[in-house]
Design a binder for this molecule. Structure first.
Ligand code: SF4
Ligand code: SF4
Length: 104
């Protein structure tokens, strides 16, 4: 899977109300493993942080890779809006509007 993560780190800064992320949550809802905008435990990150593995383990029987990527892109866009990062939200909105097939 080629998920077009732009490494903005915003999803890792939005754990305040995510009960499943209680073990990851540091100050102000930011993951305690975030280093700059990158994951400090990337190779061993939790399943919920691994788009490809989430797809293979839970979603592949219900939707295509392309649908799953688009669903996650919408989440990235909404997280960016939550943070007031309009430029990043626009970046993802454009990709969704273009409705391109993978790779994006
Ligand atoms: S919000 Fe999306 S683009 Fe940004 S780091 Fe998270 S997965 Fe990547
Ligand atoms: S474990 Fe890594 S990928 Fe998951 S929220 Fe923390 S910094 Fe982000």
């Amino acid at each position: 899977m080629n998920f077009p993560c732009i490494r903005c780190g915003l999803c890792c800064k939005t754990l305040r109300n995510v009960s499943a992320a209680a073990e990851l949550r540091g100050e102000n809802g930011v993951c305690k493993h975030l280093e700059g905008n990158l994951c400090g435990i990337y190779a061993n990150r939790p399943l919920a942080c691994n788009v490809e593995q989430m797809y293979l383990q839970y979603f592949k029987d219900f939707m295509s890779e392309d649908e799953f990527i688009k669903m996650n892109l919408k989440s990235c866009m909404n997280i960016a809006l939550l943070h007031g990062a309009q430029d990043i939200a626009n970046f993802f909105r454009k990709r969704l509007q273009d409705n391109r097939q993978v790779p994006y």
